[in-house]
Write a protein that binds this ligand. Structure first.
Ligand code: ZN
Length: 223
């Protein structure tokens, strides 16, 4: 299934990934400083939620947002290249097709309201266009726990973290996720955001990057 704007995964050399995009499994509360900034409790197990393929848009295109106010979370994105179900860390590593940077776009006020009433978050997290992804760098054994994730907004760095700060490392996350949800080629895992999340304003220029691997720039427009 194609997402509404015809999104497809691409590699940095502009090659299109051979399969259509699938689901996005997202990890919440994976960096201690971000947990503190939202006054959340540190989880004993990963907090998971899913965005459908219809949430996907290309981070290189203008970010057209239908819902206001929309908050940004900048995250290391892992493109899955092989099916994973109840996998080992070794199998998980062999299944990574690429690394990219993604924005987990969030309607924070709606999410807080839904959370406070004990209701599911999907409307706040999984709406159309809620996951903007960069092109992917083919995975060739890079150290997954030493990747700088950064977001620059209007020339100022607003988010800067390193995957070494994750509570649950990437391969452990893939194994944990695959005990509940089979990961298929074309699926993506968003691995959680470092601190510094905030609201997007009309006209913001954004540059999201994995240091030394990939970067993508966009501009925010509320529809
Ligand atoms: Zn997130």
């Amino acid at each position: 299934m194609r997402s509404p704007d015809g999104y497809r995964h691409h590699f940095v050399d502009r090659r299109e990934y051979f399969l259509p995009p699938g689901k996005v499994v997202c990890v919440g509360r994976n960096y201690a400083a971000h947990i503190r900034e939202l006054n959340n409790e540190t989880p004993a197990e990963p907090v998971l939620f899913i965005k459908p393929a219809t949430a996907l848009v290309a981070l290189e295109l203008p970010l057209s947002l239908r819902f206001q106010p929309c908050h940004f979370e900048t995250e290391l994105a892992v493109l899955i290249g092989k099916s994973l179900s109840r996998c080992t860390p070794e199998q998980a590593q062999l299944a990574i097709a690429g690394l990219g940077v993604g924005l987990d776009l969030t309607l924070r006020e709606l999410q807080d309201d839904l959370k406070s009433r004990g209701l599911p978050w999907e409307k706040a997290k999984a709406f159309d266009g809620s996951c903007a992804l960069s092109h992917f760098v083919p995975y060739s054994g890079q150290d997954l726990q030493d990747i700088d994730v950064r977001l620059t907004r209007n020339g100022s760095v607003v988010q800067s973290g390193n995957s070494a700060q994750m509570l649950f490392p990437v391969l452990d996350l893939l194994c944990y996720i695959s005990t509940f949800f089979t990961l298929l080629p074309g699926d993506v895992v968003l691995t959680g955001t470092p601190e510094g999340v905030g609201v997007l304003e009309e006209g913001d220029s954004l540059k999201a990057e994995l240091d030394g691997l990939v970067s993508a720039e966009t501009r925010v427009a509320y529809l």
